[in-house]
Structures are given as structure tokens and as C-alpha cells.
Design a protein around this ligand. Structure first.
Ligand code: BDR
Ligand code: CA
Length: 312
């Protein structure tokens, strides 16, 4: 059984990721925390509650976290990819959760859940890293209770929000640098380079839609995302970045990783938010901070794993 906390900015691929954790019998989803990102914090939080309601998970505590980056505020969200409300304009169609927010903030909830857990917990971060940076900076003692961080973010061969940077890292580069370059918690980074290769096509989506009410709703919620990816992929399909990260958290080793030091560009130039992995093995073998970067996988196995879980 893998104990998970998911820090998220739903977001359509975040919704697949949350659903994957909710329906997996080998996952104990101990909490969900929200962060600004694809849309503003009020929407990401509302969406997280509703997606958990959709999955019948009244029991999972939810707390809201950062509404902006640590240092340099900006108004860039991803509404053109995920819709104005973050869920293709369909958030209101989802069931409301009876259980509201935990009466605390995201970082305090993570600290409580980690303290209370008899075993270390995996934190899966699938939005900007603001909450995770604050957690590690303010509560260093919790490191020993974190099994590992699994982060969806970055791109070694270019970005999606700019030519250099991936959205989650670019949204708060200072937070990302703190987590990726300065901390010591074992960390797996699932970058764009691999998530794009795990794209699912219309056959996969049709199978999911036909599998039952949850699959059908997930596919319906993907409308705006699907239009975006039809253009960027050049065929009818979507990239469910965040679900690939949760899949690795649930089944360690599903993705093949290589350890490398990572830096994050925190300048104000065109490379802001770029993740720079040092691939010079002979230089970096003894580096104190190496991130396990997911560079490869059996792509069909990843797609089959995602479908088998989400389709029940
Ligand atoms: C990441 O950015 C967001 O738009 C997605 O939810 C994912 O976490 C991909 O770059
Ligand atoms: Ca996300």
C-alpha cells in the first residue's frame, strides 16, 4: 500500500491523476492540497473537492495553499488549455462534496498528515512547487517522513509554456529551485520529455469513456484540453502529464530514471524556469543532490496501466 499526498492545481490532467489515486486499491490517499496554477486557487480548490466527490472520496482531507508564487507574482494561468474554470467549463456539472475544506492551510495539513503517519508518505506534486518549497523550508523535520517526492515538471529538451520552460516550473521557478536544487528528499522528476511520449489517442479515450460513469465523465471533462492537444500533437489525443507521475508513485519503477543534478533558471530572461540537468556523469557522480529523472518507459505499458486503473 502506497501512502500518498497529492499537491495539485486541477486542471484536466490533474483530474485524471486524482482519479487514478482514488480508484487504485493499493493507494492510501491521505490528503490533497491545492495550489494556484492552471487556474486561480479558488478554482483549483473547488475542482479538487468536486473531483474527489466524483470519485466518492468524502474521506480525503483537502486544504488550500499558495495563491501565487513565492517571489515574483504573475497572472499567467493555463485557461486556454484547461478552460476558464480549469475543467473545460464543466466544473459545475460535477457533484458537490459534502465534506468541505479541512480547517487549515495546505502546509499545515501536510505537516499534520506526515506527523501522524506511522510510515513515510510519498508526496506527488503536480502543480507549481510553491506549497512543497514552503513545507520543506518551514518544517525541515518532516523530511524524514517523506518517502520521496514525485514531481511532474520540467523538460530537458525544451518547454511548453516558453521555448525553454515547462509550465509547473516556470510558474514558480524560485520554489522549484529550492526543491530540486537545495533539498535532500529523494526526488523523482517526471518531465515533459517523457509525458508527451505517453500521450493517449482517441482509441484509448473511447475505451475509457465506454468503461463506466467515471471514465465517461473524465473524457467529457477533457473537451478543451483535447482541442488544444489535437493541434499540438497533430492527431486526436491528449497528454495526461500528471497521471503519468501518479502512476510512477503508485508503481515505483514503471518509469526508468537516471540520477542527475538539476538547476532551475531563476533569471528574468528567456530561459526563466528552464530545468538544466547536468548529464556529465564523470562531473556529477558524487554530487550531493541528484534527482531521478524519468527518461524512458515501456510506453504501451504506461498507457495500459493508466487505462486498466481508470477503467476499473
Ligand atoms: C503541467 O502543466 C499543467 O498545465 C498540467 O496540469 C501539468 O501539471 C504540464 O506542463
Ligand atoms: Ca497540474
Amino acid at each position: 500500500m502506497t501512502r500518498l499526498i497529492i499537491d495539485t492545481d486541477p486542471g484536466i490532467d490533474d483530474t485524471y491523476a486524482l482519479a487514478l489515486a482514488c480508484v487504485s486499491p493499493d493507494v492510501d490517499l491521505v490528503g490533497v492540497t491545492t495550489v494556484f496554477g492552471n487556474v486561480g486557487l479558488a478554482n483549483t480548490t473547488r475542482n479538487a473537492l468536486r473531483v474527489l466527490a466524483l470519485c466518492g472520496r468524502e474521506d480525503v482531507p483537502v486544504a488550500a495553499g499558495a495563491d501565487r508564487p513565492l517571489v515574483h507574482p504573475h497572472g499567467h494561468r493555463a485557461r486556454q488549455v484547461h478552460g476558464e474554470d480549469g475543467l473545460s467549463g464543466m466544473s459545475d456539472t460535477l457533484p458537490r462534496r459534502t465534506t468541505g475544506l479541512a480547517g487549515t492551510d495546505a502546509v499545515s495539513l501536510m505537516v499534520r498528515l506526515l506527523d501522524e503517519s506511522p510510515e513515510p508518505v510519498t508526496i506527488v506534486a503536480i502543480g507549481p512547487l510553491t506549497n512543497v518549497a514552503l513545507l520543506l523550508a518551514a518544517h525541515p523535520a518532516v523530511r524524514s517522513k517523506i518517502e520521496r517526492l514525485v514531481i511532474m515538471g520540467g523538460g530537458l529538451d525544451g518547454g511548453n509554456v516558453t521555448a525553454a520552460a515547462e509550465f509547473n516550473i516556470w510558474s514558480d521557478p524560485e520554489a522549484a529551485r529550492r526543491v530540486l536544487a537545495e533539498e535532500s528528499v529523494p526526488t523523482t522528476l517526471v518531465t515533459l520529455d517523457l509525458t508527451v511520449r505517453c500521450a493517449v489517442d482517441s482509441t484509448w479515450l473511447d475505451r475509457l469513456a465506454a468503461s463506466g460513469p467515471l471514465g465517461d465523465t473524465l473524457v467529457k471533462l477533457s473537451a478543451t484540453y483535447r482541442s488544444h492537444y489535437r493541434l499540438s500533437l497533430g492527431y486526436d489525443g491528449v497528454v495526461i502529464h500528471d497521471a503519468v507521475a501518479v502512476a510512477e508513485a503508485i508503481r515505483p519503477g514503471l518509469l526508468r530514471t537516471t540520477g542527475m543534478p538539476v538547476e532551475v533558471d531563476c533569471g528574468q530572461g528567456p530561459a526563466r524556469g528552464m530545468t538544466i540537468a547536468d548529464r556529465r556523469e564523470h562531473h556529477t557522480r558524487d554530487s550531493p543532490r541528484r534527482i531521478d529523472i524519468a527518461l524512458d518507459a515501456n510506453l504501451d505499458e504506461v498507457r495500459a496501466f493508466l487505462l486498466s486503473r481508470l477503467a476499473g
